[in-house]
Design a protein around this ligand. Structure first.
Ligand code: GLN
Length: 544
């Protein structure tokens, strides 16, 4: 069978949830027995998302094979319930880099290398490669941004050319927005009509239109979109705002969205799911709706005046991981942002931390807000409030311990103090050279590495296995020169990358839950498979 392609485009406004739409269609196709994969096509000239500011662009998600991607790839993994790879993330920068590399290798046989068709052809090649690597029968290619932007026009051209090359095997889903202006009070279809027109002007006729709005679409609205957009009315899918994104696959299923796609693409009937079953999603959604007893989690970080930006987006995987674990323990997660700066201004503010069941210090870079985070960690350590330190949160826990328990008042990370007499966190040797060369792109210790757990530790009990694999994104590490002293004083090293003898996990003795990890467990948490460390944290939070 020829590989099938579903392109997902957006219209009218960005941040409509194209990623969730793509992931939900993919989850449904998996539940119905098909092998699928999702590819995010970002119009940026950046090679990857590693150099983008998360407060502007959202979280940098890291694949297990070490590529820094857009947060949508994280959504795909959560809905598909498995790891994806570097082939699931595509940028204009990568495509141009490849085309130029081919040109230098004389691969174009003396021809002029042109934006069209060579660039779209390269995009198509990459999509096919993703299909092969993931043994996918169906590839969902989400094109970032909205139609009508110059930026993504080459991806749309790839979409058009592939459909031309393989008619019947390519369909388009256009996700668009229906506003309900306050002054009018009713849902308007005109913006959707225009965005379909814009898409049509690129030579693409969408087979499906997903109508995003705060409310469900009624028949009248669907009729209008169908008539003016030239789309079968049954293929206009209503996608109203919901309280949980995990409802989206079920909302689509009620409208037979996947069934209609299967029919249109001529996919053979299948029975056995290749991923989670529909009933798994139904159970999860029921659980989410039922949980009422709260668990309060505080995330202590440096926060910016983010303007229009939604802060949640920069910590999306952590938020989702907290939710997954809380639901699995029948609790309703209440997540609060705590600006570490307020602990720098007044230590009296630390008392606020008593109001939380558990505290997380997430990953981060640089010195802003760090002293406040260290104060918060000291407080939760002493007051036995469950704590999970993620990456920087682990490094800062080590610094706090060295300063306040080992009485090394100047202990620090070399990241913030190159001259510290006690660099308890120091730079990874290979990183030193890279930084000297100002080589910042994709040069951190990235992706999944093995870690061996100490059998006597509580993290071993949580994972239920001695060997684990977790994802990384850092330049600095625990300094082994201090290991014996730190362990003697009670902060135990319970997870190590044995290949390089790198400390991966520390755990405090005699505390209900005080764990710091050099990696990012949040990238491995799934709604249907919560991460053991987050489960451990929340469970301790409920008990204490
Ligand atoms: N800034 C720290 C480092 O580079 C931590 C990185 C992180 O939290 N992801 O090692």
């Amino acid at each position: 069978m020829a590989t099938k392609y579903i392109f997902i485009t957006g219209g009218v406004i960005s941040t409509l949830g194209k990623g969730i739409t793509s992931a939900s269609i993919a989850a449904l196709l998996q539940a119905k027995g098909y092998r699928v994969t999702c590819v995010k096509c970002d119009a940026y000239v950046n090679i990857d998302a590693g150099t983008m500011n998360p407060t502007e662009h959202g979280e940098v998600f890291v694949t297990s094979d070490g590529v820094e991607t857009d947060q949508d790839v994280g959504s795909y993994e959560r809905f598909l319930n498995r790891r994806l790879s570097k082939l699931n993330y595509l940028t204009t920068g990568q495509i141009y880099q490849k085309v130029i590399e081919r040109e230098r290798n004389l691969e174009y046989g003396g021809k002029c290398v042109e934006v069209v068709p060579h660039v779209p052809e390269e995009i198509i090649r990459r999509l096919k490669q993703a299909a092969v690597a993931d043994k996918a029968e169906v590839v969902l290619a989400e094109i970032g941004g909205t139609v009508g932007e110059y930026q993504n026009v080459l991806f749309l051209e790839a979409d058009r050319l592939l459909k031309r090359e393989s008619p019947g095997n390519v369909i388009n889903v256009h996700v668009s927005y229906l506003p309900i202006p306050a002054t009018v009070g009713e849902m308007k279809t005109k913006p959707v009509q225009y965005s379909i027109r814009t898409l049509q002007s690129t030579g693409i006729q969408p087979e499906f239109v997903v109508g995003r709005s705060s409310l469900p679409l009624d028949e009248r609205r669907k009729e209008k979109i169908a008539v003016f957009g030239n789309v079968d009315i049954k293929n206009i899918i209503s996608d109203p705002d919901v309280s949980s994104i995990y409802q989206v696959p079920l909302i689509f299923e009620e409208q037979a969205f996947a069934e209609r796609i299967i029919k249109l693409l001529g996919l053979p009937k299948r029975g056995k799911p290749t991923g989670a079953r529909l009933s798994d999603w139904q159970k999860l959604v029921k659980k989410i709706a039922e949980v009422s007893e709260p668990v309060k989690i505080g995330i202590v970080g440096k926060y910016f005046d983010t303007g229009d930006f939604v802060l949640e987006d920069s910590y999306i995987s952590i938020i989702e991981a907290v939710k997954h674990a809380s639901w699995s323990l029948s609790r309703k997660p209440e997540i609060q942002w705590i600006d570490s700066h307020e602990f720098e201004v007044s230590p009296a503010n630390l008392k606020k931390l008593d109001g939380y069941d558990a505290i997380i210090v997430p990953g981060g870079f640089g010195s802003r807000g760090v002293e406040g985070k260290i104060k918060a960690i000291e407080y939760v350590r002493e007051h036995k409030i469950p704590y999970l330190g993620l990456c920087y949160g682990m490094q800062l826990a080590v610094i706090e311990f060295a300063r306040n328990v080992l009485h090394l008042p100047k202990a620090n990370t070399e990241e913030n103090d190159r001259q510290t007499p006690d660099p308890v966190i120091h730079i990874l040797p290979e990183q030193k050279k890279l930084l000297a060369k100002h080589d910042y792109g994709a040069t951190m210790r990235l992706g999944a590495y093995d870690c061996t757990l100490k059998k006597s530790s509580s993290v071993y009990k949580l994972y239920g296995s001695e060997k684990i694999s977790e994802r990384h994104r850092h330049r600095y590490e625990f300094n082994n020169d201090y290991r014996a002293k730190i362990e003697q004083a009670g902060l135990k090293v319970v997870g190590v990358n044995t290949e390089r003898d790198l400390v991966e996990i520390v755990e405090l003795e005699g505390h209900p839950f005080f764990v710091g990890v050099q990696f990012h467990p949040e990238f491995e948490s799934r709604p249907l498979a919560p991460h053991p460390l987050f489960v451990g944290l929340i469970r301790a939070g409920i008990k204490s």
